[in-house]
Ligand binder design. Sequence first.
Ligand code: ZN
Length: 139
Amino acid sequence: MTTIATQTIKARYDAAIKDAKAAGVNIRQNVRSCCRSCAGYEMANKYEAAGNPEKIERTVWTFGGQGSRISWEWDGTPYYPQDNGWTRRTGKEAVVQYWNFENVEYAQKVYEAFKSHGFEIDWDGSEFKCVVVTLKGGE
Ligand SMILES: [Zn+2]
């Protein structure tokens, strides 16, 4: 078994995602829409149309628009791949993910999954704030 210190960020990230899914969370990453608000609304409509309206309650997701999409280098380091026109990326900035949710119970599961794999997380446990996971600190 490898320790957290010797694993790549990607390996720890994948393990956290796997744990969250095992805990019953419907993980959606890099959701494409014009904004966070529309993304949540569109997913809820999609699950409703599929006859599975309760699925949105279990959904914890990241927004992939407006330059917030995250990709991975070959060595397991996360980065923002695009220059979105108003934020110029240098590769040296912190890479942060904002996990949105409908139900605080499932946000808690995501929080615990990332915490157990050694990620720095900013979240007050409330329904009003995203679970903010720092994948890579700034240089
Ligand atoms: Zn919108």
